[in-house]
Design a protein around this ligand. Structure first.
Ligand SMILES: NC(=O)c1ccc[n+]([C@@H]2O[C@H](COP(=O)([O-])OP(=O)(O)OC[C@H]3O[C@@H](n4cnc5c(N)ncnc54)[C@H](O)[C@@H]3O)[C@@H](O)[C@H]2O)c1
Length: 350
């Protein structure tokens, strides 16, 4: 397979992760880097070789570039992805797809019109343990899975208070958009993407709402910008009804409880699985009046490497990858419905 020429748009935290894994991929070659902060693009270009740009539209005019990674604040995902597809590039766009399902559907339509691959950075779909669980559920090892419960809660983890993560018009939302998307998408993927039917959710913006009163020890994507905005939720709770199992979630970027939790419990009639997010899992089962607890393990590959390689292989072959946009749109619909429900104060249909 010919190596595809790749550009990174947005040379921040996740742009750096993408660049590292493209540089190790046998299927691609980094050739361009874009950031509105010119020194960021220049520093990537010096490290990996290639051209630095300030304006993504200028880069998109280069016909030698085959594929781009969109690693920008969420509000820019839809416009930049659509511009790249129209310019004839394959796109790997970071999660969430966009800030609404309507935008997500326009992105999917643009990919079809251009005949290009559009993958989304829901990277857990490329995690070996997640795929193992998905296969076990599909094989019926858990019996009928009737409910999934997840927690993505931290004591203090609001990112870059006052920056784009906490500004709704740039991020589309808080912890639900930033962490919830990964957990809901992982669950939907493992369940074979049931149809989401309704969501009942609550969103709380308490601890970040008065930025100067927010006590913390360290801050990722920080430091705080007290002149900036924090108008997104930092804690959420909700229930999703689907055509398959129900899904309950509790999430918090910040809470006044010291213990956090990052886990997913799949409850089946024959067995249940607790997955530690980003880690291993335990299977709880019963047979002949006895209870069993199993902790399987395997050598795992880097999920980011599998994601990047799968995207490039999909772009070259035209075959959809596991994170093809159409497979992820139901997750975006859950996010949209969550915010509608939280605003309306009642369960809403999808
Ligand atoms: N898959 C994951 O696990 C994961 C992890 C982190 C972030 N993300 C997602 O990646 C995206 C970026 O997050 P991040 O943490 O890297 O943010 P970041 O703020 O570190 O990086 C964003 C970069 O985009 C640049 N930028 C902003 N506007 C631009 C424009 N118009 N043109 C060119 N460059 C522009 C900024 O200068 C910055 O360097 C978000 O959508 C986030 O949700 C995904």
């Amino acid at each position: 397979m010919k190596k595809l020429n790749v550009a990174i748009i947005g040379c921040g935290a996740i742009g750096s992760t993408h660049a590292q894994h493209y540089s190790k991929s046998p299927y691609g070659k980094l050739t361009a880097f874009v950031d509105i902060i010119p020194e960021r693009a220049r520093s990537f270009a010096e490290q990996y070789g290639g051209e630095a740009y300030e304006d993504y539209r200028k880069m998109l005019k280069d016909p030698s570039i085959d594929a781009v990674s969109v690693c920008l604040p969420n509000v820019l995902h839809a416009p930049v992805t659509i511009a790249a597809l129209k310019a004839g590039k394959h796109v790997l766009c970071e999660k969430p797809i966009a800030i609404s399902a309507t935008q997500a559907e326009s992105m999917s339509a643009a990919a079809k019109a251009a005949g290009k691959t559009l993958a989304i950075g829901v990277v857990n779909r490329y995690n070996s343990n997640v795929n193992w669980i998905r296969d076990m559920i599909a094989a019926g090892d858990l019996g009928e899975v009737y409910h999934v419960h997840t927690q993505f809660r931290a004591h203090r983890s609001i990112p870059g208070l006052g920056g784009w993560f906490t500004t709704k018009e740039k991020s589309g939302g808080g912890v639900m958009v930033d962490w919830g998307v990964h957990f809901i998408d992982l669950i939907m993927y493992c369940l074979g993407v049931p149809q989401p039917l309704s969501v009942s959710g609550v969103a709380h913006a308490r601890l970040g709402a008065k930025p100067r009163d927010y006590a913390y020890t360290n801050m990722w994507a920080g430091p705080p910008n007290y002149k900036g905005v924090c108008d997104v939720e930092e804690a959420v709770s909700g229930l999703v009804r689907t055509s398959g199992p129900s899904i309950a979630f509790e999430g918090a970027w910040a809470q006044n409880i010291g213990e956090g939790a990052m886990l997913i419990d799949f409850l089946g009639e024959k067995a249940g699985i607790r997955l530690t997010y980003g880690g291993s899992f335990t299977v709880y089962s019963h047979k002949d009046g006895r209870l069993y607890k199993t902790e399987p393990s395997m050598r795992a590959e880097s999920m980011f490497q599998v994601e990047i390689d799968s995207f490039l292989q999909s772009a070259a072959s035209g075959k959809p990858c596991a994170s093809d946009i159409d497979a992820v749109i139901p997750t975006q619909k859950v996010l949209d419905a969550f915010y509608r429900s939280a605003k309306a104060g009642r369960e809403v249909k999808i």
